[in-house]
Design a binder for this molecule. Structure first.
Ligand code: APR
Length: 240
């Protein structure tokens, strides 16, 4: 089946790639929904990844993100991230990388133009609209850090459940899904929208869809091929 997909890649004018947590699993970053190892197996996302949860217990949520930042700081991009970045370098403008991941591993692998739909865990922003006193240079350390004048809290610059995605990234992702003739969907359970909706957009626009995931997902019906393989093994075989 690799040869078929390699032919589709060769013939595609524009390729869109949508990645999820499974893309980073072989780097050692836990996914969210995998039964045993997934982060949500031990935590309830509604308890942590929402603004209400943050306001209710800022320290607990902030420390959970510190823990994840620590994990991510110790891992490396894997062969799948590198294969995508290398292909993009060899074929400028032919591949648009859209990710739900906040780990920054595509960027660390050298991927250019990454559309990070859910933000980046390494970045912070202000919880409330910043006032004149909320200056990045005068942030008071803490769990979480805050503005020493008005107490405005810092928060992870990631998209929490119920929050809007960054409009520019989402619009660019929609455009890429509409104009691609091939979409590779890698390592996502396809359970979270609007990211998962991009696969419907590509399919409705006539693109071929290929799933790369050891497990089945609700999006499989849109795929012309489902490769039951892992990202770090399959992507180098398809893109080298
Ligand atoms: N290679 C490819 N796919 C893999 C691998 C691997 N090595 N390991 C696991 N997978 C697959 C799993 O089968 C599963 O379908 O990756 C998927 C991971 O799904 P989730 O944990 O739900 O991650 P994701 O789809 O990215 O979640 C979407 O939900 O929690 C929110 O905002 C968070 O961006 C996240 C969004």
């Amino acid at each position: 089946m690799h040869d078929t997909v390699r032919d589709w890649i060769r013939d595609a004018r524009h390729i869109a790639v949508l990645t999820g947590a499974g893309m980073s699993a072989e780097s050692g970053v836990p996914t969210f929904r995998d039964a045993q190892t997934g982060l949500w197996a031990r935590f309830d996302p509604q308890d942590l990844a929402t603004e209400a949860a943050y306001r209710a217990d800022p320290q607990r949520v902030w420390d959970w993100y510190l823990y994840r930042r620590g994990l991510i700081g110790q891992v490396q991009a894997n062969a799948g991230h590198l294969a995508l970045a290398d292909f993009s370098r060899r074929h400028p403008g032919r591949l648009t990388l859209i990710t739900q991941n906040v780990d920054g591993l595509h960027q660390r692998a050298g991927q250019t133009g990454t559309l990070a739909l859910h933000g980046n865990i390494a970045d912070d922003s202000w919880l409330d609209a910043p006032r004149q006193c909320c200056q990045p240079g005068s942030i008071e350390d803490g769990h979480p850090p805050r503005c020493p004048v008005c107490g405005n809290l810092r928060r992870p610059a990631v998209v929490w459940f119920g929050e809007h995605l960054p409009p520019a990234a989402l619009e660019a992702a929609e455009q890429a899904a509409k104009r691609c003739d091939l979409m590779l969907v890698v390592g996502t359970s396809g359970e979270v929208y609007p990211a998962a909706g991009l696969v419907f957009t590509a399919h409705q626009a006539g693109a071929r869809v290929v799933m790369i995931n050891p497990a089945a997902t609700p999006l499989d019906g849109l795929a012309e091929l489902c490769l039951r393989e892992t990202a770090a093994v399959c992507l180098p075989a398809l893109l080298a």
